[in-house]
Write a protein that binds this ligand. Structure first.
Ligand code: FES
Ligand code: FES
Length: 164
């Protein structure tokens, strides 16, 4: 079997692993690097449970062949809390009661992060559009949208405090 030498940055750390080049990015994250916060739902790009941020873009990691991540930077749910403190999106999801079974939550939070990184003040429609590729069987989405609004406001407050 051919071996692919994969080098990429994951949650700020450089990783180098020898893998079967047929693996998906999702497989490498979960089975090789043991970052099991990224979930597999449909395995075919329909549910968003496997969402991660790859070089700043939200992707379904079940649709990305691992070699396509060569030299790139991946952010997973494990990488967004800083210094033991939850990310404002994680806090807001708890505050808004936007987590029920939790299966969709890592992907939802990454989708929301990708949105807020490029648009700190999204409208409700923009939030709904940003999470439209992420399915939730439990919450009915209203609390998730609320959570993203709360997080946007927290992030703006934090940014204001940092620049004061
Ligand atoms: S598991 Fe990747 S989109 Fe559903
Ligand atoms: S909280 Fe259960 S699928 Fe979203």
């Amino acid at each position: 079997m051919a071996v692919f030498h994969l080098k990429m940055k994951v949650n700020g750390e450089q990783v180098a692993v020898d893998i079967d080049p047929r693996l998906r990015l999702l497989d490498v994250l979960r089975d090789v690097l043991h970052l099991t916060g990224t979930k597999e739902g449909c395995g075919e790009g329909e549910c968003g449970a496997c969402s991660v941020i790859l070089d700043g873009e939200l992707v379904d990691s079940c649709l990305v062949l691992a070699p396509q991540a060569q030299g790139k930077e991946v952010v997973t749910i494990e990488g967004i809390a800083a210094e033991g403190k939850l990310h404002p999106l994680q806090e807001a999801f708890i505050e808004a009661g936007a987590v029920q079974c939790g299966f969709c939550t890592p992907g939802m939070i990454l989708a929301a992060k990708a949105l807020l990184d490029r648009n700190p003040s999204p409208s409700r429609q923009e939030i709904a559009r940003a999470i439209s590729g992420n399915l939730c069987r439990c919450t009915g989405y209203a609390k998730i949208i609320k959570a993203v609004e709360i997080a946007a406001s927290k992030l703006k407050t934090e940014a204001g405090a940092a620049s004061a």
